[in-house]
Design a protein around this ligand. Structure first.
Ligand code: SF4
Length: 165
């Protein structure tokens, strides 16, 4: 069973997309290598910010932290979504736990040349705590949560698993 300390960015992302996706992932089902969406994300990541060294926090992996204590992360999507913001807060939460009081996160979207700042406020910290609690609640569910409406499953690497009758 996953612990509080083990909750990472992928868990937070799946929490904000689909609880069933999170539940399957937590049980070791890993179809990501089949997903072209994930491969695209890795390719964007590899080519966009190669001059920086990633920061490995164990459960969280960040692209880099600048001299003014902002976390930077490169995204393959075109614009910020709810899951991106939640992940950004989670990384800040992790760093604060390690004693690094970052100011917030700056997300980079090379596909649209946009950046988005997410200051790490008291509300953001509370949201990060709530998200961790929700990941643990999904993890302890005895059965897989219901599927989303199929229209929201586009790009999910579990599509075959969920929708092959
Ligand atoms: S295919 Fe749809 S229901 Fe299944 S895990 Fe993915 S998003 Fe959730």
């Amino acid at each position: 069973m996953i612990s509080y300390e083990d909750v990472g960015g992928v868990h937070i992302k799946y929490l904000h997309h689909c609880h069933r996706q999170l539940w399957l992932y937590l049980r070791g089902i890993r179809p990501e290598h089949l997903s072209s969406t994930v491969q695209l994300g890795e390719a964007v990541h590899d080519t966009s910010y190669s001059r920086h060294s990633p920061v490995d926090l164990g459960a969280a992996r960040l692209d880099f932290i600048d001299g003014e204590r902002w976390v930077h992360e490169v995204k393959s999507s075109a614009r910020p979504g709810d899951a991106d913001r939640a992940q950004a807060y989670h990384y800040c939460h992790q760093l604060h736990r390690f004693g690094i009081d970052v100011e917030g996160a700056i997300l980079h979207y090379p596909a649209t040349r946009r950046t988005q700042r997410f200051p790490y406020t008291a509300e953001a910290a509370a949201q990060a705590e709530t998200d961790i609690a929700q990941v643990l609640a999904v993890a302890s569910a005895p059965a897989s949560p219901d599927r989303l409406p199929r229209s929201r499953c586009r790009g999910c690497s579990f599509t075959d698993y969920c929708w092959t009758e």
